[in-house]
Design a protein. Structure first.
Length: 202
């Protein structure tokens, strides 16, 4: 049974599930639909970007995985690729971008992974239909078990923002946990968001 994550909520990923090796963070959203002056509707593409920044225990940045760099050096973190439009015909239930993390293969020095969401074209999160995040087990093409959901489309606090810190994977006492951060930021670019995450959430 999945958990609907609230800001600040933490969940254990491996403590009661020692067989958990890979987790996936999926991001889903739709095109913006608007009505014309003379009736009818038009749709505008939305380019949301899911990224992650990997740090060691001393807050040193090790890697950034994003649409321009789809995996880290040893391949333990992989990005599904850039989606430039969003769903065109309503919510199809599938994720537009996915980041996979192989917990067993991560470099030993990697102890914290921050997940970041940016609106590439500067479109306000409040205008983007059914945007949501889910943490799950499975593969890039299959969802076996949804661990947690994080609804961003229906939260007024994201209105007026184009960047947010989604959450953090972190290792403590040998166990991996996930913290739902859900904090909008004033940043416009990914590197600025990474710096904000480092300063405030590590």
């Amino acid at each position: 049974m999945s958990i609907n994550l609230a800001k600040g909520q933490k969940i254990d990923l491996t403590k009661n599930n020692s067989s958990l090796e890979k987790i996936f963070l999926g991001l889903n959203w739709g095109m913006i639909e608007s009505k014309g002056f003379f009736g009818g509707t038009s749709k505008k593409s939305v380019d949301l970007d899911a990224s992650c920044a990997v740090f060691d225990e001393n807050k040193k940045l090790l890697n950034i995985v994003y649409f321009g760099k789809l995996k880290n050096p040893n391949g333990s973190i992989q990005h599904s690729g850039d989606d430039l439009t969003g769903d065109s015909d309503g919510d199809d239930g599938l994720d537009n971008e996915i980041i996979a993390v192989d917990l067993k293969s991560l470099p030993k020095e990697a102890t914290q992974i921050i997940f970041i969401l940016n609106s590439f074209q500067g479109q306000d999160f409040a205008t983007i239909p059914f945007a949501r995040i889910r943490i799950f087990e499975g593969s890039f093409s299959r969802v076996d078990n949804v661990i947690a959901n994080f609804d961003i489309a229906n939260d007024e606090k994201f209105s007026g923002y184009v960047s947010m810190i989604m959450g953090k994977l972190y290792k403590t006492d040998g166990e991996w946990k996930f913290s739902a951060i859900g904090e909008p930021t004033q940043d416009k670019k990914l590197q600025d968001s990474v710096n904000t995450a480092k300063d405030n959430f590590l």
